[in-house]
Design a protein around this ligand. Structure first.
Ligand code: TNX
Length: 527
């Protein structure tokens, strides 16, 4: 009898242990590839050391600082070369950006395929630390991303954001395991990057007289207040280094030949007729574009790019290419002469000629180009990467003709759109409707052949800032939709509709612990 009781007791304990272990499964976003729960816990305190075995000091130090914020302590956690605590190391048998996180009662091991892998392993641990108030359950997690390119775009031209704000943006992205920041630095409404060869670009082109009040479709009132700002080259370097410490590459975008009115204001000789124009104070698409006929335009672009490649180690450079009306070119003697001399038949092809020339130039510097999908219209080279924004079908088309593609279709990836159908309580936005569910349920491979799948190198969401003036506005548009986006970027095949809401309720606490603003709609059930 006693024996039977003992056996039953043991069985009961086992069932309970399994149940407890099950209940402890952590809520991590994006979903890891593999999680196996074990017995026991590890308690992280402000005294826990991070033991760095090889070169992953940046990842460790960033983590140590993030922990400092949670513990409210004066100093970050200590990073040391030996001892016990959270042990980080690289191992060539782990996939490049992947990691293994092994939490044991007395030690934690974070093993990455590279420093990036370690960084992501530590981000997973960071979410667990918030979820369990520092007492993290023992487990083994193995994880790696689906897409190599996991991007988020930031428009700092329409509204300017300070160095500190850009860094805060990078922090938010990094916690979602995003590895590309597409930094939209120039547009009609402001030129934001110092170029030493042309000081006018920032002296004149970084400031607009005033800004449209209300929607771009009804340009009636302006606020009468100057708006502007720019980043010095030193600040750019600082931001690039800040991102690199978080395993993030910044892809700069220099818009050409459209969306360039701020540059035209600063340097009127860049236009077809050298007409004097303002830094634009309105939203939309302006007919004022760079002249594609004069050699001086090409020289200008090359000189600008010379400085850009010095500042940004990114292998790809974004050259814009979107929404370039051809009205001025049709009437321009230089553009028409260039077309004749080069045997170019249409103005679209003239844009293709400009893009191909710039691509060639950047290739001589060891860089490649990426451009908005309009670059397909001018007969793009097979070596350019296409950023498909006007629809996933265009991305599929480009991938099938052999170009590499970043998918960022408007109906899913435009985070400047409204988040609710009713729009109640939301500020003024450009239009549309993209909620969390739409992003989470998206299949970036839809409609593609097996062969072309490999050409989809990644996925990106875009944050255009016409209607976003403050960092709070930015964060509310970004979060929590970025959580859904990072599931697509990192975990496409592993997404699970039945667990996401529960996971989001935990991630929300993580946002709060970091002091990030987020939109309430998903949490209060508004669609
Ligand atoms: C289109 S997407 C643009 C931007 C606007 C955006 C607003 C793209 C390549 N161009 O200039 O800011 O729509 O959603």
């Amino acid at each position: 009898m006693r024996r039977l009781f003992k056996t039953l007791l043991v069985a009961l304990c086992m069932v309970l242990t399994i149940a407890v272990a099950h209940a402890q499964r952590p809520h991590i976003i994006p979903e890891p590839s593999y999680i196996d729960m074990a017995q026991g816990t590890f308690t992280i305190t402000e005294k826990t050391k991070i033991v760095v075995y090889d070169e992953a000091w940046d990842a460790a130090e960033v983590f140590a600082q993030d922990m400092q914020q949670y513990f409210g302590s004066k100093k970050p956690l200590r990073c040391v070369k030996r001892g016990s605590g959270i042990k980080v190391r690289t191992d060539k048998f782990v996939p490049e950006e992947g990691y293994e996180l092994n939490i044991q009662p007395h030690e934690i091991f974070v093993t990455g395929g590279s420093e990036a892998g370690i960084f992501y392993g530590l981000q997973t641990l960071r979410q667990m630390i918030v979820e369990y108030n520092g007492v993290v359950p023992c487990c083994f997690i193995a994880d790696e991303p689906q897409f190599a390119y996991r991007g988020v775009h930031f428009d700092v031209s329409r509204h300017f954001f300070s160095v500190e704000e850009v860094k805060r943006y990078i922090d938010i992205l990094a916690a979602h395991k995003v590895n590309r920041l597409h930094w939209h630095l120039t547009d009609d409404q402001g030129w934001r990057i110092e170029i030493k060869a042309y000081p006018e670009l920032t002296e004149k082109g970084s400031m607009r007289k005033e800004t449209l009040v209300g929607h771009g479709l009804n340009p009636e009132n302006w606020d009468g207040k100057p708006h502007g700002g720019y980043y010095t080259q030193e600040e750019v370097r600082d931001i690039v280094a800040y991102a690199a410490k978080r395993s993030m590459v910044i892809i700069p975008e220099i818009e050409m030949p459209g969306h360039s009115q701020a540059a035209l204001h600063a340097l009127p000789w860049l236009g077809c007729e050298e007409q004097i124009v303002d830094v634009w104070t309105t939203w939309g698409v302006t007919p004022e574009v760079l002249c594609a006929g004069k050699e001086s335009t090409y020289e200008f672009l090359q000189n600008v790019l010379d400085e850009v490649v010095e500042l940004f180690p990114s292998e790809i450079i974004h050259i814009g290419g979107d929404e370039c009306p051809k009205d001025r070119w049709k009437e321009c003697e230089h553009c028409q002469a260039k077309m004749k001399a080069e045997g170019i038949e249409s103005e679209e092809e003239l844009q293709g000629y400009l893009v191909a020339r710039i691509e060639k130039y950047l290739n001589t510097k060891g860089r490649r180009i990426i451009g908005w999908d309009e670059i397909l219209e001018g007969g793009v080279t097979p070596t350019a990467t296409v950023m498909a924004w006007r629809g996933a079908k265009i991305g599929v088309y480009a991938a099938e003709r052999g170009n590499e593609v970043v998918m960022t279709p408007l109906p899913i990836c435009y985070f400047d759109f409204y988040q609710t159908e009713s729009r109640e309580g939301e500020g003024l936005h450009i239009g549309g409707h993209i909620n969390f569910e739409k992003v989470y349920g998206w299949d970036p491979y839809e409609g593609i052949t097996d062969e072309a799948r490999k050409n989809i190198i990644g996925v990106q969401c875009n944050l255009w800032s016409e209607y976003l003036k403050t960092m709070e506005d930015i964060e509310i548009q970004l979060l929590p939709r970025l959580a859904a986006m990072c599931e697509v970027q990192w975990a496409t095949e592993r997404r699970d509709e039945s667990t996401i809401r529960e996971k989001m309720n935990i991630l929300r606490k993580f946002y709060e612990a970091n002091g990030w603003h987020y939109a309430p709609y998903y949490f209060d059930g508004r669609k």
